[in-house]
Design a protein around this ligand. Structure first.
Ligand SMILES: [Zn+2]
Length: 246
């Protein structure tokens, strides 16, 4: 477990991050709202017990972690949702568009079948279908204890991708999933729902936030000047180029 800032802990992270848990895991954050805490993304489910132990290491009781907020339903971010739902009764919140894919464990829409063909997942891996307690869309506001998160639609990396924004004490924090990374990198894949045009619009929208802090789905977090990083991605798209890939 790594405490990144006053309210944010990294409790899971894989080969493109800190190797805290399973190599396939995305960055999994625990956001502490005081009386309530939430997970942002759930990891692959391949190191569930490690994530649970890392939550315990924060000192925040598991029963205070009532929800998992998913940025998108790729396996490395959301295949672990079911274990938190079934094991701890956590509610799973996901975008309205991606909710059916999660609920059906859809191997095509989640690009899991494609990832297996590419050798990225074992052939016997099956995406665990998981009920979605809440369907999120642009403008929704989620209250987590004494803080609130704003939901933004941020497609491009995938369809049904959302990001979460926390404004507190004059500091804007962005939980960007696979939409934006440190260094202004993005994450384009040869998958059915990746769209350069949607991605460009998403980067413009995220850059307009002038975020201070960035908590991305992979790699390093930024605790200041995140907008200088989003500016690099924005500048690439503005000259019809494509930003560097993760
Ligand atoms: Zn992804």
């Amino acid at each position: 477990m790594i405490q990144i800032s006053e309210r944010v802990y990294l409790i899971g992270s894989g080969k493109d991050g800190s190797e805290l848990s399973h190599p396939k895991d995305c960055n999994v954050f625990l956001l502490d709202g005081g009386t309530e805490a939430v997970l942002i993304d759930a990891g692959s489910g391949l190191a569930h017990e490690t994530l649970v132990a890392n939550i315990a290491a924060t000192g925040i009781p598991l029963e205070r972690v009532k929800r998992v907020l998913l940025t998108h339903i790729h396996g490395d971010h959301a295949a672990g949702a079911y274990d938190f739902y079934a094991g701890y009764g956590m509610e799973i919140a996901v975008s309205a568009e991606a909710a059916p894919w999660l609920e059906q464990g859809d191997m095509e829409k989640t690009s899991l079948t494609a990832a297996q063909r590419a050798g990225v997942y074992p052939q016997d891996f099956r995406y665990p279908a998981c009920p979605a307690s809440r369907r999120l869309s642009e403008g929704d506001v989620l209250t987590v204890g004494d803080i609130s998160l704003q939901v933004l639609d941020t497609p491009g990396h995938s369809r049904g991708h959302i990001s979460f924004v926390l404004n507190e004490g004059g500091v804007c924090s962005l939980f960007s999933g696979d939409a934006l990374f440190a260094g202004g990198k993005i994450y384009i894949q040869n998958s059915w729902d990746c769209s350069i045009q949607d991605y460009a619009a998403t980067i413009a929208k995220l850059h307009a936030l002038r975020a201070d802090r960035l908590y991305p789905g992979h790699g390093a977090c930024l605790l200041a000047r995140a907008h200088e990083h989003s500016a690099r991605a924005q500048a690439c798209f503005e000259r019809l180029d494509i930003p560097p890939n993760l």
